[in-house]
Design a protein. Structure first.
Length: 162
């Protein structure tokens, strides 16, 4: 399966080869696919599974539907994203799988926090409209995430290059 995915992604790389190396192209493709899946699952969960209604949990707790939909999508896209990054993008990592998984989870949590902080900063303090603020935030987080995954989460030997 991973070979099929890699072959499919690499098929589209030649026109971009002058501008972007293979690993970065694979990262962008896999990240885009996982993000698209996340948005799709969020939409389906929020609108058709939860019907935009509050989710009542045990012990009298309640969860807003947009948060429950986020968690439902996360349960699928977290392992899917990890597997894509591990088996398609960062295949030359020297770290054990459980170490990669722990680091990937940590990075995802940091990214969630950064999303929140940057959106609060850009929208509430710098008075940037929400959509451009989200775009700027996404660009910052994608760059940060790529660098962290390449040099920390899926660390490879210094000599390994594409």
């Amino acid at each position: 399966m991973k070979d099929s995915i890699t072959t499919f992604i690499d098929f589209f790389h030649p026109p971009f080869r002058k501008f972007i190396d293979t690993k970065t192209f694979r990262y962008l493709a896999c990240g885009s696919a996982n993000t698209s899946l996340d948005i799709f699952l969020y939409f389906i969960s929020y609108n058709f599974i939860l019907h935009k209604e509050i989710v009542y949990l045990p012990f009298g707790l309640a969860m807003e539907p947009h948060i429950a939909a986020f968690l439902m999508a996360f349960v699928v896209t977290f392992p899917f994203g990890f597997m894509l990054m591990r088996h398609v993008v960062f295949t030359d990592s020297i770290l054990r799988g459980r170490v990669q998984l722990a680091r990937y989870f940590t990075l995802v949590m940091i990214n969630l926090l950064l999303n929140y902080v940057f959106l609060k900063l850009f929208v509430e303090h710098l008075h940037i409209y929400p959509t451009p603020a989200k775009i700027i935030t996404t660009v910052i987080i994608v760059i940060f995430s790529y660098l962290m995954q390449r040099h920390f989460t899926f660390k490879s030997t210094p000599a390994s290059k594409d």
